[in-house]
Design a protein around this ligand. Structure first.
Ligand code: ADP
Ligand code: MG
Length: 339
């Protein structure tokens, strides 16, 4: 199969009215008032996904993590392009990958409008760039949090971290025992571990971008960020950009149900430090509480207040069940590619 057959078969769908999609030198998207929200993510085999990952899940996730960035700005999806490096042409793999990708694209009316395809000698390489639209005055920027804002988070936390660690253990790639979560997981018998993996893995493989929430929050919330590297690290970006500290209440963290078996401290650790979450963390004025609670009902998505922005705090403080400040040295660090 040629490069062009491959593109035609797997990556060409009829473009929506008003858009020139795959097939020309450039895609054409209609110019609109407002700002383009643009984001890109690179996914490498061995670093971001295992070679034997379900190709449907990979196609879904490659787009989902980018849509999540649009959600975190309060932007509406408009389209995306796909850079693809493949060691070989595997028809079944490509069909699954394209299916996962296009299903999510259709769900959020975000068509694939172009890309590039090459042979790769270093495993599968994926790059997705997504385009969205937003009124720049309503965009949810990291630098817009204010002293006294409530800090909120959507959904539940901790599952993806637990799933990733259990997957690594199942592959004999070791389990980090140097922290409380690692020790709690290492202590599980194999049956309990595989049950917990089954319960938590969907959140790792099939993240749901919170687009509808982002759109509802635009103009209501002040700042927002999507959780990709861990709550403490990602909220840390908001804290730094907004020049205002934050105080979190660990007992308020919305822990995923399957984590209850691990005990309080390990579960907090997964919620504070675990990556690959793709929920939104946002700050909003106290006056918006009722509006945000109504949003949770309308979107059928838990929205939980987990703390507040506090100019008197340096960085992020986390309080335990007695309101005592937890020792910063015991708090998890988020993910960093070069640390
Ligand atoms: P060019 O040489 O002008 O870059 P290509 O021959 O690489 O064009 O691609 C032909 C068409 O197919 C272009 O419209 C391009 O956007 C599209 N395309 C190539 N690879 C992909 C892909 N992985 N997904 C979607 N569209 C693609
Ligand atoms: Mg090309």
């Amino acid at each position: 199969m040629s490069e062009f057959d491959l593109i035609r078969r797997h990556f060409t769908r009829p473009a929506p009215a008003g858009i020139l999609g795959v097939g020309d030198d450039c895609a054409l998207l209609p110019a609109m008032p407002g700002a383009w929200a643009v984001s890109t993510d690179l996914l490498l085999q061995g670093r971001h996904f295992f070679a034997d990952v379900d190709p449907r899940a990979l196609g879904h996730k490659a787009l989902a993590v980018n849509l999540s960035d649009l959600a975190a700005m309060g932007a509406e999806p408009a389209g995306f392009v796909l850079g693809l490096g493949l060691p070989a042409v595997d028809e079944a793999w490509l069909a699954g990958f394209a299916d996962g990708l296009h299903r999510l694209a259709e769900r959020w009316r975000c068509p694939l409008v172009g890309g590039d395809t090459t042979r790769s000698d270093t495993g599968i390489t994926l790059s997705v760039t997504v385009f969205g639209r937003v009124d720049a005055r309503r965009a949810l920027r990291r630098d817009a949090a204010r002293d006294g804002d409530d800090i909120w988070v959507s959904g539940t936390l901790g599952e993806a971290d637990v799933a990733l660690r259990l997957l690594l253990r199942a592959r004999g790639q070791g389990l980090e025992r140097s922290d409380e979560l690692g020790r709690a997981l290492a202590g599980l018998d194999p049956q309990a571990a595989s049950r917990l993996l089954e319960q938590t893995r969907p959140r790792l493989d099939w993240p749901q971008p919170r687009i509808a929430l982002g759109l509802a929050l635009a103009g209501v919330a002040h700042a927002a960020i999507d959780l990709s590297d861990g709550l403490l690290q990602d909220l840390g970006h908001v804290v730094a950009a907004s020049h205002c500290g934050a105080l979190l209440d660990a007992p308020a963290l919305p822990l995923a149900k399957p984590l209850a078996a691990l005990g309080e401290r390990p579960a907090w650790q997964a919620a504070l430090g675990g990556g690959d979450v793709y929920e939104l963390c946002f700050t909003a004025p106290v006056a918006a509480r009722a509006r945000i609670a109504a949003m949770a009902g309308r979107l059928d998505l838990p929205l939980t207040r987990i703390g507040r922005m506090d100019a008197a705090v340096d960085g992020i403080g986390v309080r335990g069940s007695q309101g005592e400040l937890l020792d910063a040295a015991t708090l998890p660090q988020g993910f960093d590619h070069f640390r």
